[in-house]
Design a protein around this ligand. Structure first.
Ligand code: SF4
Length: 440
C-alpha cells in the first residue's frame, strides 16, 4: 500500500540535499512525498544543531507530532540530521512517541530501518562512520526548479572551537570525481540548468584523496564541459583554502559564477584565534582583494558570529569595520550559541550576556543591510545575465525572477517560457535584498 512521507528540513543546503536523498530512498520503500504534514504516514524532521534555537525548533515540532500520534497511533515519527546524531537514544527519553532516530551516516540504511519501525520497533541507528554504499545506486527526489544541489564533500576537518559539525558529520570525506560527474550528468539530463556544489569547506575538495589532480579547480573544469548545464556555483569556502589556481579557474570558466561565500566569523585577530580559525584579518582581506582584482563584478558574502566568549566591545567593532573594508555584499549573522562537545561551550567564565549579544547582533544586522543596499545600488544601470528561476502574476503582468551570476535576486517583466534560460536585464531599481529591471 502506498504511504505518504513528510520531511521538515531545518538548517543548511547540506540538509536540503540529504532530504532529497531520503525522499528518493523512501520512494523505493513505497512512500510518496507529501507537502502537508497532516497527510503523512511517516513524519521526519531533518535537524540542524548549529544553534540551540534550531535544535529547540526540532523538538517543538516533534512534540506537536507526538501529540497528534495520540489520536492517530498508526503514524510513525522520525528524527535525523545533526541533532539526532548527537542526542541518540536521549530523544526517546524526551519524547516517547518518536519511532526512529537515525544519524547523518545512516541514510542509506533507511530501507531496513523503516522495515523495523513498520514492524513496531523503536529504533535508534547512529553510526560513527558512514554506511558503505554507492550513492549512484539510489534515486534522489530533487526539489523542482532550475538549481540542483550536489554534495562533493561530507564532514569537516577544521574543528573550529564553536562548531559541532566535525562531531556530528565526521571528518572530511571527498566524493570521487567520476561519481560526482556521473551524478551531474543525471542532474542535467533531468533538465536542471544550474548545479551548486556543496561542502562545509568546499575548496578543500580532494585534500583527503591521495591524488593531487583531484581538486576543486579540476572538478569545475570537468563539470564545465557538460552540455546543457548553464551555471555552476560552489559553497561554502574556507578563506585559506581559496587558491590562486581556483580564482583563475573561476575567472576563466564561463559557466562558473563569480560568487564566493567565505565565512569570516569575526573581524578581530584575537577572537579568530580563540575560534581556531586559521587566518588573520589581514589574510582574509588579501584573499578578498585577490578575488576582486581578478573579477571586479564578483560578489563576496560571509558569515559572522557576535558575542563569542570573551569578545570585547572593541573586538566587536572590528567585525563591524570589516564589512566595509572587505566590501562584503551580504553576510549571515548569529549570536554565539554554546554547543555541546565543543571547546568554547566550556568557557563559561567568558560568556557574553544575552542583552549585549542581542545589541551587537542588531548593530551588525543594520550594517549588513546598509552594505547590501549599497552593493545593490552599484548594479543600477548595468545589464546583467539572469538565469530565470520562477514567474508569478503581479497586477495582471507576469514577473519573472532569477539570479545574477553574482547571486543577486532580480525581478523583471517577462513570461513563463523564460524559466531555465538566461536573459539580459537592465537594472533600474535596487533595494536591500533585490534588484528590479527590464529585459533587453
Ligand atoms: S570550518 Fe569550522 S565552522 Fe566550518 S564546518 Fe568546519 S568546524 Fe564548522
Amino acid at each position: 500500500m502506498n504511504k505518504n512521507v513528510y520531511i521538515e528540513t531545518l538548517g543548511c543546503q547540506m540538509n536540503k540535499s540529504d532530504s532529497e536523498r531520503i525522499f528518493g530512498i523512501l520512494s523505493q520503500c513505497g512512500y510518496s512525498k507529501c507537502d502537508d504534514s497532516k497527510d503523512a504516514d511517516l513524519l521526519i524532521v531533518n535537524t540542524c544543531n548549529i544553534r540551540q534555537l534550531s535544535a529547540d525548533k526540532a523538538y517543538s515540532l516533534l512534540g506537536k507530532w507526538c501529540q497528534r500520534k495520540k489520536e492517530h497511533p498508526d503514524i510513525k515519527i522520525a528524527i535525523c540530521g545533526c541533532v539526532a546524531q548527537q542526542d541518540k537514544e536521549q530523544v526517546f527519553k524526551r519524547l516517547r512517541g518518536v519511532d526512529l532516530v537515525f544519524g547523518t551516516h545512516n541514510i542509506y540504511e533507511l530501507p531496513d530501518l523503516i522495515k523495523m519501525v513498520s514492524d513496531g520497533e523503536q529504533v535508534c541507528a547512529i553510526r560513527k562512520e558512514p554506511y558503505k554504499a554507492n550513492a549512484l545506486d539510489y534515486p534522489i527526489e530533487r526539489a523542482e526548479g532550475v538549481n540542483a544541489w550536489l554534495p562533493i564533500i561530507e564532514g569537516c576537518d577544521y574543528f573550529c572551537t564553536y562548531c559541532v559539525v566535525p562531531y556530528v558529520r565526521g571528518r572530511q570525506r571527498s566524493r570521487m570525481p567520476e561519481e560526482i560527474l556521473e551524478e551531474a550528468k543525471r542532474i542535467v539530463a533531468q533538465g536542471y540548468k544550474e548545479i551548486t556544489l556543496l561542502g562545509q569547506t568546499v575548496d578543500s575538495y580532494g585534500r583527503d584523496i591521495d591524488d593531487d589532480s583531484v581538486n576543486l579547480s579540476n572538478l569545475l573544469r570537468s563539470l564545465h564541459s557538460l552540455d546543457g548545464l548553464l551555471r555552476i556555483r560552489f559553497v561554502t569556502s574556507y578563506p585559506t583554502d581559496i587558491t590562486d589556481e581556483l580564482i583563475q579557474t573561476v575567472k576563466e570558466l564561463d559557466k562558473v559564477c563569480e560568487y564566493f561565500h567565505i565565512p569570516m566569523q569575526s573581524g578581530n585577530d584575537e577572537v579568530l584565534k580563540n575560534m581556531r580559525r586559521r587566518y588573520t584579518r589581514a589574510q582574509y582581506l588579501e584573499i578578498c582583494n585577490k578575488i576582486r582584482t581578478a573579477m571586479p563584478d564578483v560578489s563576496i558574502t560571509s558569515d559572522f558570529i557576535v558575542g563569542f566568549p570573551g569578545e570585547t566591545q572593541e573586538q566587536f567593532e572590528d567585525t563591524i569595520s570589516i564589512i566595509d573594508e572587505a566590501g562584503l555584499d551580504y553576510s549571515n549573522t548569529a549570536s554565539y550559541s554554546p554547543r555541546r562537545q565543543t571547546p568554547a561551550a566550556t568557557w563559561r567564565d567568558r560568556f557574553i550576556d544575552e542583552k549585549t549579544k542581542k545589541e551587537r547582533l542588531a548593530i551588525l544586522n543594520q550594517k549588513v543591510k546598509d552594505y547590501s543596499l549599497y552593493s545593490n545600488q552599484k548594479c543600477v544601470g548595468k545589464v546583467m545575465d539572469i538565469l530565470v528561476e520562477s514567474s508569478k502574476l503581479e497586477d495582471g503582468k507576469i514577473v519573472v525572477s532569477g539570479r545574477t551570476r553574482s547571486n543577486k535576486v532580480v525581478h523583471a517583466q517577462g513570461d513563463e517560457s523564460m524559466i531555465g534560460t538566461i536573459v539580459n536585464v537592465k537594472i533600474e531599481e535596487a533595494s536591500t535584498w533585490c534588484l528590479k529591471g527590464k529585459i533587453v
